[in-house]
Design a protein around this ligand. Structure first.
Ligand SMILES: Nc1ncnc2c1ncn2[C@@H]1O[C@H](COP(=O)(O)OP(=O)(O)OP(=O)(O)O)[C@@H](O)[C@H]1O
Ligand SMILES: [Mg+2]
Length: 206
């Protein structure tokens, strides 16, 4: 193959210095309706207020654009996550905190995503919620349709979800509030010194 990647002058380290924070992937995974999009969105608001540059890659938005050629077969799901992983890696290189909110049901795909960046740049957040609760929430009405056989290959119903074995963070959204969930993620990022709050903003989180 005749491919010779070019060497950019401005590198990730330069962008991190400019942004005054580290870049990383916050990889939300969990059943449909577990709360990935909700948490990513509120977390993004809070990080924005702290002057942290973020971007959310969210399931349905990507599937209507970049990945609109893919269906929900096992192969397409793998390709869906592979492309998202590569895009997320670009965002890390661009110096941002990128949040991915996809069911991402396969352990192997999440493992491959993790391998694309440095160890401390990948934080897997398992948004854990029992199927029964997700089904009661049925935010998009898909569980009902899946039970009726109108939607096929639906994760948790007729397609598997492989739980993370050692995620960095577990949020049990059937046990704690949205506010507590987001604060737990922020606390983790602070403890690991992945984000550093300025003095004047610390009080907000006490
Ligand atoms: N602690 C919590 N964290 C997040 N969401 C919660 C929590 N408690 C209740 N919810 C509710 O659960 C629902 C989660 O829906 P959401 O669309 O965020 O799920 P999702 O994981 O993004 O699903 P999908 O994979 O279908 O996009 C929302 O209606 C939200 O208000
Ligand atoms: Mg969502």
């Amino acid at each position: 193959m005749n491919i010779i990647p070019y060497e950019p002058v401005i590198k990730k380290e330069d962008r991190i210095r400019l942004n005054k924070h580290k870049s990383m992937i916050l990889w939300f995974t969990g059943l449909s309706g577990s709360g990935k999009s909700t948490l990513a969105s509120i977390l993004e608001e809070k990080l924005y207020c702290l002057g942290i540059r973020t971007y959310i890659l969210d399931g349905d938005n990507i599937r209507t654009g970049l990945n609109k050629d893919l269906d929900f077969s096992k192969e397409s799901r793998e390709e869906n996550i592979r492309r998202i992983s590569e895009v997320a890696k670009l965002f890390v290189d661009a110096g941002l905190v990128v949040m991915t909110a996809f069911i991402s049901p396969y352990r192997r795909d999440r493992y491959l995503a993790r391998q694309l960046v440095a160890k401390e740049e990948f934080i897997e957040i398992y948004v854990r919620c029992p199927l029964k609760v997700c089904e009661e929430r049925d935010v998009k009405g898909f569980y009902k349709k899946a039970r009726q056989g109108m939607v096929k290959q639906f994760t948790g119903i007729d397609s598997p979800y492989e739980e993370p074995e050692t995620p960095e963070i577990i949020i049990e959204t059937d046990k704690i509030t949205i506010e507590e969930s987001v604060n737990n993620i922020i606390s983790y990022l602070m403890i690991k010194q992945l984000i550093i709050l300025k003095k004047e903003t610390v009080n907000e989180y006490k």
